[in-house]
Design a protein around this ligand. Structure first.
Ligand SMILES: NC(=O)c1ccc[n+]([C@@H]2O[C@H](COP(=O)([O-])OP(=O)(O)OC[C@H]3O[C@@H](n4cnc5c(N)ncnc54)[C@H](O)[C@@H]3O)[C@@H](O)[C@H]2O)c1
Length: 448
């Protein structure tokens, strides 16, 4: 590429994001009363107050005016104490999730438990008349999805899944650009998550006071197969198939939610994937390395990859590739890169008779196509960088949940959306474990 055209001007676009952030913080505080609530206050309960809840969700919920966290429960005592402290002592320890759901003063719940609990607790919460904010991935298995969607429909309550990326201003901008044709024809998306730390591989530290007295093992296991007491399984549950789908459902599900959102895609029609445990054979049942190819009927192929052995050579990120431009998400920024593609047939034409070669290059059409000097202004266009500004996507996602609860606004990530993102991740695991390509049956809405 000629150097004069390779320079990049990075314009950080803050104006749109700032306006959006202001709009969020100005969002009306007076809504239509929730179906069963006497006033504008919403009493919130939280089932499973682990790392995700205490490092973001509880703060995001308490930041919404009128929301009061009144009850929590968890299978490890230390987390209950910390969560109650985070509410300034206002929330009470409900003991267990069934008791929390039986509390008629609670209007809505956040479910932040490991994935093997998502189906049962969501269905029961909806049956108990609660609105539900459920962390991603929505399901541990594809068949969980339809039951949860049906329960939400029957209850008339809100079910929102917690893939906060769907509320990111950057992703909204990206979707609008793709829709407007700024990228031309998009046929491929490449995305990756690469890590090289123990915490990145989910080998989290175990609290020193954790033992059979402070950890309720039976409450953790619930619908999962019976196993002897294990602090590793309790605190590092993502490493085991009983409770998690590993890389595909923990990490790829974020990418898949975004891809479906950006492209208006529903499900891949065909998936082939390989996964292997190269580094963490002693600690992980789930693979530490996954490569997957997902084909979508919208005329799109998606490459997803993840390794827990290196984070430098293949930086984590996301690339949406069109024939006129790419959108690259990396390091919290999104860059729009126009294609600078010029034809180059010189090495072929030089093998022709000299006279024919000269004639070929005398053609103005060839000159226009093959000479950098003749590039159209569009081809010279410089890259633009869009930075995420304003509140964190989790804060917006949570605020939007309560807007749906109060005002009946459409749910930003409903059960069907969450089900399909998780189901696509489950197809990746099915292909890995069955060592074959797998397909989606669109009519039956299940794996073929
Ligand atoms: N959206 C995101 O970016 C994001 C980030 C991290 C985690 N998550 C999701 O959040 C969920 C929780 O993940 P985490 O990292 O917080 O895990 P975690 O292990 O830190 O927290 C889960 C908590 O649930 C508790 N628990 C287990 N069984 C219970 C039961 N029957 N009743 C009450 N509590 C119970 C555990 O004791 C634990 O404290 C997962 O589904 C995960 O995928 C989402």
């Amino acid at each position: 590429m000629p150097s004069k055209l390779s320079r990049r001007a990075f314009l950080v676009r803050t104006a749109a994001g700032t306006a959006a952030a202001a709009a969020v913080s100005r969002s009306p505080l007076v809504f239509a009363a929730p179906p069963d609530s006497p006033n504008d206050r919403i009493q919130l309960g939280i089932i499973g107050v682990g790392a995700r809840v205490q490092s973001g969700l509880i703060q995001a919920a308490m930041a919404v005016p009128g929301i009061e966290v009144v009850g929590v429960c968890d299978a490890y005592k230390g987390r209950v104490q910390r969560a109650v402290a985070r509410t300034g002592g206002r929330a009470r320890d409900c003991g267990d999730w069934k008791a929390l759901l039986a509390d008629g003063s609670i209007d809505a719940v956040i479910i932040g438990t490991p994935d093997h609990w998502h189906r049962l607790q969501t269905v029961e919460a909806l049956r108990a008349g609660k609105h539900v904010y459920l962390e991603k991935p929505m399901t541990l298995a594809i068949d969980d999805g339809p039951e949860m969607i049906a329960a939400a429909r029957a209850s008339g309550r809100v079910l929102q899944i917690g893939s906060q990326g769907m509320s990111s201003k950057t992703q909204e901008t990206a979707r609008d650009m793709i829709k407007a044709g700024k990228l031309g024809q998009v046929t491929m998306i490449r995305a990756s998550y690469n890590r090289n730390t123990k915490s990145g591989a989910w080998l989290y530290p175990i609290p020193p006071d954790a033992d059979e007295k402070t950890v309720d093992w039976a409450a953790f296991l619930g619908p999962a197969p019976k196993r002897p007491f294990s602090l590793e399984r309790f605190f590092r549950w993502r490493c085991y198939w009983d409770y998690s789908g590993g890389i595909a459902t923990d990490l790829f599900v974020h990418l898949l939610t975004t891809i479906h959102f950006l492209m208006g895609a529903k499900m891949p029609s065909r998936v082939v994937a390989m996964g292997q445990n190269y580094r963490y054979r002693e600690t992980h049942e789930v693979p530490d390395t996954v490569n997957a190819v997902l084909e979508y009927p919208e005329g799109l192929v998606v490459n997803l990859s993840s390794t827990f052995n290196n984070q430098a050579s293949a930086e984590s990120g996301f690339e949406v590739l069109g024939n006129e431009a790419s959108l690259v998400f990396r390091g919290g920024q999104m860059v729009l890169k126009p294609e600078n593609a010029i034809e180059d047939n010189q090495w072929v034409v030089t093998s022709w008779a000299e006279e024919l070669e000269k004639k070929y290059y005398a053609d103005p059409k060839v000159q226009a196509a093959e000479s950098p000097e003749s590039w159209t202004p569009q081809m010279r266009e410089e890259s633009e960088t869009f930075g995420e500004v304003g509140p964190d996507a989790t804060v917006i996602h949570m605020a939007r949940f309560f807007e749906s609860v109060r005002g009946g606004k459409p749910v930003v990530e409903d059960g069907t959306t969450g089900h399909h993102a998780a189901a696509a991740a489950h197809l990746v695991n099915a292909s890995i474990r069955q060592r074959r390509p797998v397909e989606w049956d669109f009519a039956a809405d299940r794996m073929a």
